[in-house]
Design a protein around this ligand. Structure first.
Ligand SMILES: *Cc1c(COP(=O)(O)O)cnc(C)c1O
Ligand SMILES: [Zn+2]
Length: 568
């Protein structure tokens, strides 16, 4: 690879060791800490850690800075939004991918690789494609194709791995070392690209914000915006830096918790509808902590419910449809009006709502199919359903039908669920009751079940493998025990069930989703499976305090649903 540049150094923020960028752009070789770029001199214009800078070929203009007129009036504050969703792939990450890809080219890499299922993959793929360097995207097996649409059309090579996201990350890191490949991600050069946010902002008006709200996942975007402002201040272009407000979903808030504890927190698992910020191990935590401390900032969280209603409010009042992650600033602002009333606040709206169509579908009632007759349409409009559909949004994170009364058959089904859950020594909370009722009301109450699961057992094996033994009865026949292995307990149990049921009804599992209704340990878990057979898709759900049992229920329900649907 080519020689290192002058004009800047790559330093570890923990031990101050200067690292050689030809050796690492990820972790400090001395202590494993996170790196930052120090420039030898302060300059008025933006500096990048590159020998030659080619103007961004995909981004032709600044992202808009918009005054939020109606919300400002409503909440008696001076509110602005920077529309980062206007970036080429619909997300701010393009600012960083642009510099990462140029850096990979400068270092003479043969390809770029990364592990991501979302916005990062789409963005790196777009720039790698334009600059004609191969791009490898590592994703877990369950990733739906729709999520990979952008990476696919930008010609990335999709590496679909049997296993979860963590497996992909580790494997991708190994892959990067196995060749002359540049590992992209939330690393030091991405931050240098993303700081262009601040240089744009200063061109768009006075930097007299009291607060800048940034939704946080790994913390890299926050760190980049802050670094941009620090550099602008060092160059004399601004006198003061606004206070930063770090915001996260309550159900995925290791950074906010860490700020209060003043040390990095790593979660086992996080779960929020704002999947762009669902990061359990926040890479740039210490940079965020510094930004908060140095600017007398704040850190807040908002509930899933609050995200839903703020997302809707921003769309309806200001016409801006964002991802759920971008609803966190408004939600946290509203939760803390005592601090923010009368202040000039900037919300960083990180990504477009067009990528979150599945969230809208999930939290709204779908529209019935009408016969093509004008009077039927008239009747429908007057039926009250369209109003209920609009009003149901964001009332509760559980479907509106959670409030409806169940008919006799569904009531029976519901009682069976509750009895099963009570047997496990758990009582249901208000929100869980609603979610369960809504799930049951959407279930066909007279299904015939082709299999009955009698018992199951899970054993851990070497190398992360898990063995599952599932005892079941098929079509009221003899009990059989099916043994299979998998990369995790869910995978193993599914494999064991399928090994028996595939012989009479082979369902392909397109996707599984695990929803934990509250962050504590005995929360109710709802598993949703998307299944496919001969071009027909089926959705099936199961609920239990135990994830595996919810999965088993969902799969058995899926068999019954598919059986019935395919029989007619
Ligand atoms: C990645 C992402 C974030 C979080 O940014 P971090 O740099 O990981 O903190 C927020 N919003 C959207 C839309 C994202 O894609
Ligand atoms: Zn170090």
């Amino acid at each position: 690879m080519k020689s290192s540049n002058s004009g800047y150094t790559v330093r570890c923020i923990i031990c101050d060791t200067v690292n050689d960028e030809r050796v690492t752009s990820t972790y400090c070789t001395n202590c494993g800490g996170v790196l930052t770029v120090d420039y030898k001199e302060a300059r008025e214009e933006i500096q990048y850690p590159l020998k030659n800078i080619i103007p961004d070929p995909l981004k032709t203009d600044f992202t808009s800075l918009k005054k939020l007129e109606r919300l400002s009036e409503l909440y008696e504050a001076d509110l602005y939004a920077k529309l980062e969703l206007e970036n080429p792939t619909g997300c701010f990450k393009d600012r960083g991918s642009y510099i990462e890809v140029l850096k990979a080219l400068e270092l003479g890499a043969d390809a770029i690789c990364l592990a991501s299922t979302g916005n990062m993959a789409a963005s790196v793929a777009a720039y790698a494609c334009y600059f004609k360097i191969p791009c490898f995207v590592f994703v877990p097996e369950q990733t739906p194709d729709a999520k990979l649409a952008q990476s696919t059309i930008y010609d990335a090579t999709i590496i679909r791995i049997k296993g979860d996201f963590r497996t992909c990350e580790l494997l991708c890191r190994e892959f990067a070392k196995s060749g002359n490949y540049y590992l992209a991600g939330d690393y030091v050069f991405r931050q240098e690209g993303q700081k262009s946010f601040s240089y744009e902002l200063i061109e768009q008006g006075a930097m007299d914000y009291d607060y800048i709200f940034v939704p946080i996942g790994a913390g890299t975007n926050f760190a980049a915006i802050y670094k941009g402002l620090v550099e602008l201040k060092a160059a004399g272009r601004i006198d003061t830096i606004p206070s930063f407000v770090a915001v996260q979903p309550e159900q995925s808030s290791p950074v906010v918790e860490g700020i209060f504890k003043k040390e990095k927190i790593i979660k086992d698992q996080v779960n929020t509808m704002a999947d762009a910020v669902a990061v359990a191990d926040p890479f740039d935590f210490y940079k965020v902590l510094e930004g908060i401390n140095e600017t007398n900032g704040h850190a807040f969280t908002a509930t899933e419910n609050e995200l839903l209603s703020s997302m809707k409010e921003m769309t309806v009042e200001e016409g801006i449809f964002t991802e759920p992650a971008c609803a966190i600033p408004l939600a946290c602002f509203k939760n803390n009006l005592d601090i923010f009333k009368g202040k000039k606040c900037l919300f960083v709206l990180t990504g477009t709502g067009l990528k979150a169509a599945h969230i809208v579908a999930k939290y709204s009632l779908s529209s019935p199919i009408l016969s093509p007759k004008l009077e039927r349409i008239q009747q429908y409009i007057e039926s009250g359903f369209p109003d209920m559909q609009k009003n149901s949004w964001g009332q509760s994170r559980d479907l509106y039908s959670g409030n409806v009364t169940l008919d006799e058959n569904h009531e029976k089904l519901y009682t069976e669920y509750v009895n099963g859950i009570n047997k496990k020594g758990k009582t249901l909370r208000e929100a869980e009751i609603k979610a369960l009722k809504s799930m049951v009301s959407a279930t066909d109450a007279d299904l015939e079940f082709p299999v009955e699961i009698v018992d199951y057992k899970i054993t851990m094996r070497k190398h992360g493998l898990v063995a599952a033994a599932v005892k079941m009865k098929i079509n009221d026949g003899e009990e059989v025990v099916s043994l299979e292995q998998g990369v995790g307990p869910m995978d193993a149990v599914l494999a064991a069930m399928k090994a028996e049921t595939d012989s009479f009804l082979a369902l392909q599992i397109l996707n599984h989703e695990v929803e934990i209704l509250s962050p504590d340990t005995d929360s109710l878990v709802i598993v949703t499976l998307t299944l496919e057979k001969e071009g027909h898709e089926f959705t099936a759900k199961g609920a239990s305090p135990d994830t595996i049992e919810a999965l088993i229920q969902a799969f058995v329900n899926g068999l019954a649903i598919a059986n019935k649907a395919l029989a007619v």
